[in-house]
Design a protein around this ligand. Structure first.
Ligand code: G6P
Ligand code: ZN
Length: 544
C-alpha cells in the first residue's frame, strides 16, 4: 500500500486552546484542515512507528469523517495499531482509561465537549499522551508551531473502516481494532465503588434521574446505572447519542438542565439528579431541594471519598483550578493533606496525579475526577456521590448542610459574558492588569478591603515549568475573591468570565441567596473592570 504525501499549506488558526483545537464544523471542513492538524500532532511526537493510538469521540457531527481521516494518517505515519470505540464513540474519561489500560502511546479525543454540535456547531480534536491526560503545553505549543509551517501530510488511499463491527481490520500495515466503548470503563468503576451498597440504595426506593443530554454518556449510564446497579429503567433520560445532541446544548448546568432542576425542587421529584456533557467529563449534581455547586461538590467528594472502596485509605491531596472556590482548601487543611491551585485546564493536574501528590481534582466548570484516569469524569462523580449517599444514608441537602457547619460555606457564582468583541475584552483585561499594583489596601462597601491583586502565575512543583497570565485574582482580607479571565474554549469572539466568592464561617449564615450574598463583590468587579460600560452588556449571558 503506497503512502501518499499530499502537499498542503498552513492554516493560521490551529492554535490549541484550554482543551484541544475547537472550531466550527465549517472551519474543520476546509480542505486539508483536519489532515494538517493531525499530521502536525504526529510530527510533534517522538517516534510513533509501531505504537498504539486510541481514537474515539463523543459522536457529534463530523466525528466519523474525522476518524476515517485520522486512521489513514496514523497508518501512513507508521502507527502499529489503532484502538477505536465502536461507532467511533468513546467518552473522554473512557478514552483516557483505554490509553492507560492498553498502555497506548496516546490518543485522539474528538469532541468540542459541551459546545453544541451539528453542521453549524463545533468540533474539536485533542491529543492525549500516554498517561491518558491532555498533552502538556510543551506539546501543544510544538503542535501549533508545526501547523504554521506544515507543507505536506501522509495518508493512504484506502476504503473507510467499518466502525460498527467489533474486532480487527487492516489499514495498510496497521491493525485497527474496534472495541466496546463501555466495558473497560464499567469494569474500572466496579473497582472504585461499592456497587452492592448502591444496588441496595436503589432497592430501598431511592430514585434518581440521569440526563445524558443526547450525548456520549447515554450508553455508559444505561449499562452502569440501570443494568449493573439496578436503577429502574427510565432513570437515564436522553440516553441515545445524537450527532446534533438533538439540537440541544450538551452543557450540564442550571440553564440547560432547568427542567430537571425544577423537578428536584418539587416533593414528587426524584431524590437525586445528575447530568453529564457532550463528551462525558463534566457533571451536574442536584439533590432534592439542593443544587450542589461544582466547587462545593469537589470539597464534599474529597471529604467523603474514604467511604468508597477505591479511596478507603484516604486521599493524598486535592487540586483545584485557580478560579474554583477555596471550599476544598478547608477540607485539605483539616485532613492535613496537600492542596494545589493550578491554572484552568485539566492538563495542569496531570503531573500532580502522576507524582501521587493529589488523588482528587476539580474545577468550577463542573469537572471532578481522580487518579483513576487523567481526565475529569462525569459518571465517576455521580457514582461517588451515590456511594456516599448509600453509606451515609442521608440526603444530599443534609450532607451539604453538615459540611458547611463543619467547614463554613463558600458562596460562589460565575458570570459569563459570551461572544464579546475580542479586542474590547482584551483591552479590558490589559487595563485591569495594569491597575492591579494600585489595588491592595483599597476599601469598598461592607468593609471589603483588598488584600492582594495579581495575575496568576503557576509554578508546576513537579516539572518546574511556569505558566503566566492565567487570570486576574483580587483577594479581600475576609477571604472573598474576584477572579477575572478570558475563556480558552470559546469559538466566537471572547468570553469574559467573572468568578465571585465569599466565605461564611461554620456558625455563619448559610441560607442566603447566592446572588444576593455576592452582590457587594459583583458591584466591586464592575467598578474595577467596567464590564458594562466597555462591552455594552447590561447583564451576563450566563450565570452559573
Ligand atoms: C474545558 C476544560 C476545563 C476548563 C473548562 C473551561 O472543559 O477541560 O479544564 O475548566 O473547559 O475553560 P475556559 O477556558 O472556557 O474557562
Ligand atoms: Zn466535556
Amino acid at each position: 500500500m503506497p503512502i501518499q504525501t499530499i502537499k498542503t499549506t498552513p492554516y493560521a488558526d490551529q492554535k490549541p486552546g484550554t482543551s484541544g483545537l475547537r472550531k466550527r464544523v465549517s472551519v474543520y471542513s476546509q480542505p486539508h484542515y483536519v489532515e494538517n492538524y493531525i499530521q502536525a500532532i504526529f510530527d510533534s511526537l517522538d517516534e510513533v512507528g509501531g505504537q498504539t493510538l486510541v481514537i474515539g469521540g463523543d459522536g457529534r457531527f463530523y466525528n466519523n469523517v474525522a476518524i476515517q481521516k485520522a486512521i489513514r494518517i496514523a497508518a501512513a505515519n507508521g502507527f502499529g495499531k489503532v484502538l477505536v470505540g465502536q461507532g467511533g464513540l468513546l467518552s473522554t474519561p473512557a478514552a483516557s482509561n483505554i490509553i492507560r489500560h492498553y498502555k497506548a502511546f496516546g490518543g485522539l479525543v474528538l469532541s468540542a465537549s459541551h459546545n453544541p454540535g451539528g453542521p453549524d456547531g463545533d468540533f474539536g480534536i485533542k491529543y492525549n499522551v500516554g498517561n491518558g491526560g491532555p498533552a502538556p503545553e510543551k506539546i501543544t505549543d510544538a503542535v501549533f508551531a508545526r501547523t504554521q509551517v506544515i507543507d505536506s501530510y501522509k495518508t493512504l488511499d484506502t476504503p473507510d473502516i467499518d466502525l460498527d463491527v467489533l474486532g480487527t481490520q487492516q489499514v495498510g500495515g496497521m491493525v485497527v481494532e474496534v472495541i466496546d466503548p463501555v466495558a473497560d470503563y464499567a469494569a474500572l468503576m466496579q473497582t472504585l465503588f461499592d456497587f452492592e451498597a448502591i444496588r441496595a440504595l436503589f432497592r430501598s426506593g431511592f430514585r434518581m434521574t440521569f440526563d445524558a443530554m443526547h450525548a456520549i454518556t447515554g450508553p455508559y449510564a444505561h449499562a452502569i446505572l440501570e443494568d449493573m446497579l439496578g436503577a429502574p429503567k427510565g432513570t437515564v433520560i436522553n440516553g441515545v447519542p445524537s450527532p446534533t445532541f438533538n439540537n440541544g446544548h450538551p452543557d450540564p448546568n442550571l440553564v440547560y438542565c432547568k427542567d430537571m432542576f425544577d423537578l428536584l425542587m418539587t416533593p414528587e421529584g426524584p431524590d437525586f439528579g445528575a447530568a453529564s456533557d457532550g463528551d462525558g467529563d463534566r457533571n451536574l449534581i442536584i439533590g432534592k431541594n439542593r443544587f450542589v455547586t461544582p466547587s462545593d461538590s469537589l470539597a464534599l467528594l474529597a471529604a467523603n471519598a474514604h467511604l468508597a472502596p477505591g479511596y478507603k485509605d484516604g486521599i493524598a491531596g486535592i487540586a483545584r483550578s485557580m478560579p474554583t472556590s477555596a471550599a476544598a482548601d478547608r477540607v485539605a487543611e483539616k485532613l492535613g493533606i496537600e492542596m494545589h491551585e493550578t491554572p484552568t485546564g485539566w492538563k495542569f493536574f496531570g503531573n500532580l496525579l502522576d507524582a501521587g501528590r493529589v488523588t482528587i481534582c476539580g474545577e468550577e466548570s463542573a469537572g471532578t475526577g481522580s487518579n483513576h484516569v487523567r481526565e475529569k469524569d462525569g459518571l465517576w462523580a455521580v457514582l461517588l456521590w451515590l456511594n456516599i449517599l448509600a453509606v451515609r444514608k442521608q440526603g444530599v441537602d443534609e450532607i451539604v448542610r453538615e459540611h458547611w457547619r463543619t467547614y463554613g460555606r463558600n458562596y460562589y457564582t460565575r458570570h459569563d459574558y459570551e461572544e464579546v468583541d475580542a479586542a474590547i475584552a482584551g483591552k479590558l483585561v490589559d487595563d485591569l492588569r495594569a491597575s492591579l499594583i494600585s489595588l491592595p489596601g483599597k476599601v469598598f462597601a461592607d468593609d471589603l478591603q483588598i488584600a492582594y491583586a495579581d495575575d496568576f502565575t503557576y509554578h508546576d512543583p513537579v516539572d518546574g515549568s511556569t505558566s503566566a497570565k492565567q487570570g486576574i485574582r483580587i483577594g479581600f482580607t475576609d477571604g472573598s475573591r474576584i477572579v477575572l479571565r478570558l475563556s480558552g474554549t470559546g469559538t466566537v469572539g471572547a468570553t469574559l468570565r467573572v468568578y465571585l466568592e465569599r466565605y461564611e464561617a461554620p456558625d455563619g449564615r448559610h441560607d442566603l441567596d447566592t446572588q444576593l450574598a455576592l452582590e457587594p463583590l459583583i458591584g466591586i468587579a464592575e467598578t474595577l473592570a467596567g464590564i458594562r460600560s466597555r462591552t455594552g452588556r447590561q447583564a451576563p449571558s450566563v450565570i452559573t
